[in-house]
Design a protein around this ligand. Structure first.
Ligand SMILES: Cc1cc2nc3c(=O)[nH]c(=O)nc-3n(C[C@H](O)[C@H](O)[C@H](O)COP(=O)(O)OP(=O)(O)OC[C@H]3O[C@@H](n4cnc5c(N)ncnc54)[C@H](O)[C@@H]3O)c2cc1C
Length: 419
């Protein structure tokens, strides 16, 4: 079977891998000149199995109002004249209740836990290096109120069998020794012991190389203009340079840009770009640097150790498809690294980056079949595309090849939006 995968981000490349591994003839198309050059490029690097939750949660609308007025705010909303943006925001608000949260969370955890379980096999099979570590995530609380507020999260973690430990300041320092230097800045933490970390872009590039060795054809610099359909089937993907590329089946893994080619063929997915920022800086003193991921609960910023680098990422900005990296855009993430690990890395050599999270209003990705018999979807991973990549890629590859995926896709397909 010949399969055309649209998109060479972490999602498209893992899908290509699982397809090729089962004997499919795969072509991957991407407008960039290599793999993992858009949202998969410099994310926070967290494999957040324990923190897999939708952003749409009870209490979030009130918190969001507070965040909008903070000095170093984690949320920006630009009042754009965009019906798509406001419709998406409204759908998200409608998911901010107990019942929707529980349903959405359980769907997301299904994909995330599957990813957690299958990723080690992929790493063992391919031997790829990605600056991976398995030392958990430490959610760091600066106030007693945050610590108390985490009780609800603990109950949910217990319900999902996600291992965790509640730590006092000394416990936090035991897992992240460099925090001893800022002992007065936090009151405790919640450590998700099964979480892992790693460089998503490094993984994507290395896996794309393995895929190429397995016979996958990568066509870079191919901007997809549209998907051609006839009689309820896709008959080709029209690109700007190579013209029409054809296959027996097609997978859309275009991240935030999926709707640009799916809307015209009637698949109106509420996937909206939520912008985020990161900086990456070299470690200057290992003893003063983070060892794994620390999530600063106040600023919603993640600080992650990736080999001899530190990645600091956060901010949710609703600003349409703008890829602008303004001069002060990374101020908040820079502040957090200077505040918590002032001697760990060289902030003056920090490289800034921005990316668009492909977010659905319910936080759950869109996997599997579409209304066209030979078109499959693997998109909408929002804040957790790196975490969910292996599970999503494997499940979607199975569906494309006519096999029953190892997890149920009930509630995870495009059907839930009626498109
Ligand atoms: C600041 C930030 C921090 C994050 N931190 C984490 C984290 O710690 N853990 C986690 O799990 N997730 C995290 N994420 C989310 C994660 O990065 C994304 O969910 C994931 O990268 C999405 O992968 P993707 O392959 O769907 O999209 P992308 O990586 O964007 O890939 C889509 C590909 O499609 C291509 N494309 C688009 N349109 C076209 C077209 N018309 N023609 C041809 N090619 C096209 C693009 O070039 C791109 O290569 C973070 C995101 C951000 C922004």
């Amino acid at each position: 079977m010949k399969v055309v995968v649209m998109g060479a981000g972490v999602i498209g490349v893992t899908t290509a891998y699982y397809l090729a591994r089962q004997g499919a003839e795969v072509t991957v198309l991407d407008r960039q000149l290599g793999p993992g050059l858009e949202t998969s490029y410099a994310n926070a690097g967290e494999l957040s199995y324990g923190m897999t939750s939708p952003w749409a949660a009870p209490g979030i609308p009130m918190k969001a109002v507070k965040w909008l007025f903070m000095k170093r705010r984690p949320l920006f909303i630009w009042p754009l004249i965009s019906p798509t943006m406001w419709a998406w925001g409204w759908q998200m608000l409608r998911n901010c209740n107990d019942e929707a949260y529980r349903v959405n969370k359980s769907r997301m955890v299904r994909v995330s836990n599957y990813s957690r379980d299958v990723m080690p096999d992929l790493i063992a099979e391919t031997g790829i290096e990605y600056d991976g570590r398995a030392q958990g995530t430490l959610q760091l609380f600066r106030t007693e109120k945050q610590l108390k507020g985490s009780k609800a999260d603990q109950e949910i973690l217990a319900e999902y069998d996600s291992p965790y430990e509640v730590l006092d300041p000394e416990g936090c320092i035991a897992v992240e020794p460099a925090l001893a230097a800022v002992r007065d800045k936090f009151v405790g933490g919640l450590r998700l012991t099964a979480d892992r970390t790693g460089d998503c872009r490094m993984f994507t590039v290395a896996l794309a190389e393995r895929c190429a060795e397995m016979g996958v054809e990568f066509q870079y610099g191919q901007s997809i203009r549209s998907i051609a359909v006839e009689n309820n089937k896709v008959v080709g993907v029209d690109t700007e340079i190579a013209g029409r590329i054809t296959g027996d089946a097609y997978v859309c893994a275009l991240g935030s840009f999926g709707p640009k080619v799916l809307n015209p063929i009637g698949i109106r997915l509420p996937v909206y770009p939520v912008k985020g920022y990161s900086v990456t800086l070299p470690v200057t003193d290992d003893a003063m640097a983070p060892q794994s991921t620390i999530m600063d609960e106040t600023h919603k910023v993640a600080v992650t150790r990736l080999g001899d680098r530190i990645r600091v990422a956060g901010t949710a900005e609703i600003a349409g498809y703008s890829g602008r990296l303004g001069p002060h855009a990374t101020d908040t993430v820079r502040y957090v690294i200077s505040d918590l690990f002032p001697k760990g890395g060289d902030v003056f050599r920090a490289e800034g980056w921005t990316g668009l999270r492909p977010m659905t209003p319910d936080g759950t990705p869109v996997l599997g079949p579409s209304r066209y018999a030979n078109l499959f979807l693997n998109t909408g991973h929002g804040t957790l595309g790196w975490t969910m990549a292996c599970g999503s890629g494997r499940a979607v590859a199975d569906v494309v090849l006519g096999k029953k995926p190892e997890i149920s896709l009930e509630g995870i397909t495009a059907e839930r939006y009626g498109v």
